[in-house]
Design a protein around this ligand. Structure first.
Ligand SMILES: [Zn+2]
Length: 485
């Protein structure tokens, strides 16, 4: 009974737009309780004066002079050092380190103020934006750096109005801004709201009708019948899942994803689920990272390419636009590809236990930017070129949480006991122990956000959870897929 009530609440929560959600929470004591349980706070975005035209800024890839390149890196280094003194700024520091090696990193003039959010703000952000496109962190830094500590950022944003000392005006009220110190002309500030949110994410957070919300805190399974005790998967069985792909393109001649590309992506996903994703050994690696054979295969049964500019553009933010392509949702595993994304999201998927079996929200939605081979064909960011975004999202579609779910609390927020807990996602393939334990953060796991070349496999626990979720919450699909040797 309790779990069905929670599930109902979770569904209700998903069904309402953010604005509605805010007013409902104020009037409904049960929802207040729900939010208190999960410690989710809506992202507070700085209210910028965005009326002026944005300024084009130089990116690291445009810098030819070695001295200028080195000066720019030094500014990033200095900012990183100032961040390293604060335990609540770990994720902003990770992002700064990630972006400083990226071609899209903005060139920062010597002398300025940099405003970055603390880890609590990031945790809130990740409840609104599943799998953000990390290239946009470059835009975020450009929005957050104010040369000469003046009023205008590198990208032309005007700093928000002050609400008094050390405080700025945001969409959900004033938030604090605290100086972490300055060094060689750079002053870094910790912000309790988002000062430099890129336009695409701001759009998504404001318009999304769908949210991918942390659900596993406080020991609750949030309606899932699969808790910590998970049965073994029988060796003699496997699941051959009827899988269909829908490509939403913006015009009849937009052919960035063809049927051939879909078949190649599906082949790659099958390799990954078999435990055969390649491993590029890092200097911190010991044994081969876990890479279980999930005993799950995607049987490609249909590819549909539709011309639907709305779906192609805002499918992530308004998933209802895609429902018409996901009829008979209980019988298929559906992957929808968004090819003209407005929302800055790489992929987004519902968990089986959150919806009725025939709910058309049961689908994996991915951006073409994260589709296998897209970046290499379009001179894009190679970080997600292999095709692991579909693998990661399919993991969610089988009930798997992120490895950073629930952060460090309890060490088992993803309901799998053989993944090391980590505080927040990783965009670099680095050694880290973000929760302070003895094990390395699971950057090689498909359910982190690391680059495709870093992602290697799923664990035995994740395999058991995926089978349990499918068996209990997608029973029709499970029965259709189950095979025995
Ligand atoms: Zn995810």
């Amino acid at each position: 009974m309790a779990s069905s009530v929670l599930r109902g609440l979770a569904l209700l929560w998903l069904r309402v737009g953010l604005t509605n959600a805010l007013s409902m929470r104020e009037s409904d004591p049960t929802l207040q309780q729900h939010e208190a349980d999960t410690s989710i706070e809506p992202t507070n975005q700085a209210e910028h004066d965005r009326t002026e035209q944005r300024t084009a800024y130089n990116r690291q890839r445009d810098v030819e002079d070695a001295g200028e390149f080195e000066r720019n890196r030094q500014i990033y280094h200095t900012a990183g050092q100032l961040l390293s003194g604060s335990q609540s700024m770990r994720h902003s520091r990770h992002i700064l380190q990630f972006i400083m090696s990226h071609p899209h990193a903005p060139v920062l003039p010597h002398g300025g103020c940099l405003y970055l959010p603390n880890d609590k703000v990031w945790a809130s952000f990740y409840t609104h934006v599943e799998h953000p496109v990390p290239t946009l962190f470059g835009e975020m830094i450009a929005n957050s750096y104010y040369p000469g500590c003046n009023e205008t950022s590198v990208s032309g944003l005007r700093i928000p109005t002050s609400c008094g000392p050390d405080s700025m005006r945001g969409s959900r009220g004033c938030f604090n801004v605290t100086s972490l110190g300055s060094s060689t002309g750079v002053e870094v500030f910790e912000t309790h709201g988002h000062l430099g949110l890129p336009d695409k994410w701001a759009y998504h957070i404001t318009h999304a009708t769908h949210r991918h919300v942390q659900r596993s805190t406080a020991g609750s399974t949030w309606g899932s019948k699969c808790g910590h005790e998970l049965p073994k998967v029988p060796k003699a069985q496997w699941l051959e899942i009827p899988t269909r792909y829908v490509v939403c393109r913006k015009s009849d001649d937009a052919d960035t994803i063809t049927e051939e590309h879909v078949r190649e992506q599906n082949r790659w996903a099958n390799e990954a689920f078999e435990g055969n994703s390649p491993w590029k050994r890092m200097d911190f690696d010991g044994d081969h990272p876990p890479s279980a054979d999930m005993q799950i295969r995607f049987a490609l049964v249909n590819i549909t390419i539709v011309t639907d500019p709305e779906c192609a553009k805002v499918g992530f933010s308004n998933t209802r636009l895609i429902h018409k392509y996901n009829q008979n949702a209980a019988d298929f595993f559906t992957v929808v590809i968004i090819t003209d994304d407005r929302s800055g999201v790489l992929g987004q998927t519902e968990f089986p236990h959150e919806l009725a079996e025939d709910d058309p929200e049961h689908m994996v939605v991915v951006s073409s930017v994260g589709f296998r081979g897209w970046a290499s064909r379009h001179n894009g960011d190679m970080m997600y070129d292999e095709g692991d975004t579909v693998v990661h999202e399919a993991g969610h579609g089988f009930g798997l949480y992120h490895t950073f779910e629930g952060s460090c609390s309890g060490g088992n927020g993803d309901f799998v006991d053989d993944t090391v807990a980590e505080s927040l996602p990783h965009y670099d393939c680095v050694r880290d122990s973000s929760c302070g334990g003895s094990g390395n953060d699971p950057v090689h796991n498909f359910m982190d956000y690391s680059p495709d070349t870093c992602m290697v496999g799923f664990t035995e626990g994740q395999k058991r959870r995926a089978w349990c979720e499918l068996q209990n919450h997608r029973a029709t699909l499970y029965q259709k897929s189950l095979k025995t040797w």
